[in-house]
Design a protein around this ligand. Structure first.
Ligand SMILES: NC(=O)c1ccc[n+]([C@@H]2O[C@H](COP(=O)([O-])OP(=O)(O)OC[C@H]3O[C@@H](n4cnc5c(N)ncnc54)[C@H](OP(=O)(O)O)[C@@H]3O)[C@@H](O)[C@H]2O)c1
Length: 333
């Protein structure tokens, strides 16, 4: 099995649990009792790293974790995020890094999670208006106050990471990373390694594409985030689907599922890389957990690299409007 990894100085199972999915983003939200069962099953299986955010269901996800897992707080590394807010007047989602909002956000987060501290508090998105040093300086005071053990950033460039780290140590960067989203390979993955920060890979099974179980993209519910993503437009997705038969052939050869292959590939990218797949489904939860048992040869990794990458995948990962909110390096192919 892949050796344990380290996050905020604590040993964790190499694959974490992205809790967002039980509240937000893909399928309709699970009834709370069912969502709670998924959370408890994850902890029972041996997942030791749980990822949430204030914006996931606007507090719903944190409250669910508080209700179903807070009595087992000591068994997990718990991370949450701030900086994406709901405008109190319009109800619209926006990015705002005002430091008073961040201070208020962690207090609400701790109250919903029913804990007195986080293991890591991420800046979910940098607003590119407030200097990053100012934002991280304010978040550093939350570490001093004991409200979080460490700080992280999400979807930032290597340059922003360096500036932030000079103000306060950054324990992790969390950004999208999988075979079909290679942007972190431009710079930030290496910068994390140099600075001794973890790299937490979100959407590691490519929002279901790499599991091979998503053949139709016209039946998503209204608030499914994939509705606005260029890669999931029907014609573009059909092109991308052509990559899956040879990908499945490699999974069959290795003796694992396609989802496990995607996660096992991520685990080869560096000892500091920690994938956090999300699911509402107990079978998928177990399947993803067991990906840490899959070992890939150099030859298999090279063939995967050649098959699915920024040149072979069609379509952008975000719509132009959302892309503007992201600070990460982008390929120009
Ligand atoms: N920092 C950020 O900005 C950010 C952004 C997005 C996500 N995240 C974090 O990353 C976590 C994971 O990312 P994600 O949910 O966007 O992407 P993901 O884990 O790549 O994909 C989730 C989708 O794949 C399906 N799935 C997962 N495992 C599967 C399996 N073994 N077989 C078949 N289908 C499977 C899920 O459906 P089922 O429920 O049916 O399994 C769901 O539709 C989130 O929970 C969240 O914590 C962070």
């Amino acid at each position: 099995m892949t050796a344990k990894r380290t996050l905020t100085g604590r040993e964790i199972y190499p694959i974490g649990f992205g809790a967002m999915n039980v509240s937000h983003c893909y399928q309709p939200r699970l009834p709370d009792a069912q969502g709670g069962r998924v959370l408890q099953a994850a902890l029972d299986l041996g997942y030791t790293h749980f990822d949430t955010a204030a914006v996931y269901g606007h507090g719903h996800n944190e409250a669910l974790i508080g209700t179903y897992l807070s009595h087992r707080r000591g068994e997990m590394v718990l991370t949450s995020k701030c900086g994406i807010v709901k405008d109190p007047d319009t109800g619209k989602r926006g990015i705002n890094n005002r430091t008073d909002l961040i201070e208020r956000s962690i207090d609400e987060t701790l109250s919903l999670l029913k804990t007195d501290h986080l293991d890591m508090f991420y800046l979910h998105r940098w607003d590119k208006v407030t200097p990053i040093e100012e934002v991280v300086g304010a978040m550093g005071r939350l570490v001093e106050a004991g409200k979080t053990r460490a700080l992280g950033l999400s979807e930032v460039s290597a340059d922003t990471l360096r500036k932030a780290h000079a103000t306060h140590p950054i324990a992790a960067v969390q950004s999208e990373y999988s075979l079909w989203t290679r942007n972190p390979e431009i710079a930030v993955l290496e910068e994390c390694r140099v600075l001794g920060a973890a790299f937490v890979a979100f959407s590691p099974v490519a929002r279901q594409f790499l599991t091979g179980k998503l053949s139709q993209v016209d039946g998503f519910c209204d608030d499914d985030i994939r509705n606005s993503m260029p890669r999931f437009e029907a014609a573009t997705y059909a092109e991308n689907m052509k990559l899956l038969p040879p990908y499945k052939a490699i999974a069959d050869e290795v003796g694992c599922t396609m989802a496990q292959l995607a996660l096992a590939w991520l685990l080869t990218r560096g000892d500091h890389v920690i994938p956090i797949p999300g699911t509402q489904n107990l079978d998928h939860l177990d399947e993803n957990f067991r990906a840490a048992d899959v070992t890939l040869s150099r030859d298999v990794v090279a063939r995967l690299d050649a098959l699915i990458n920024e040149r072979t995948v069609k379509g952008g990962r975000y719509s132009p409007a959302i892309q503007q909110q992201i600070d990460t390096e982008e390929f120009t192919v």
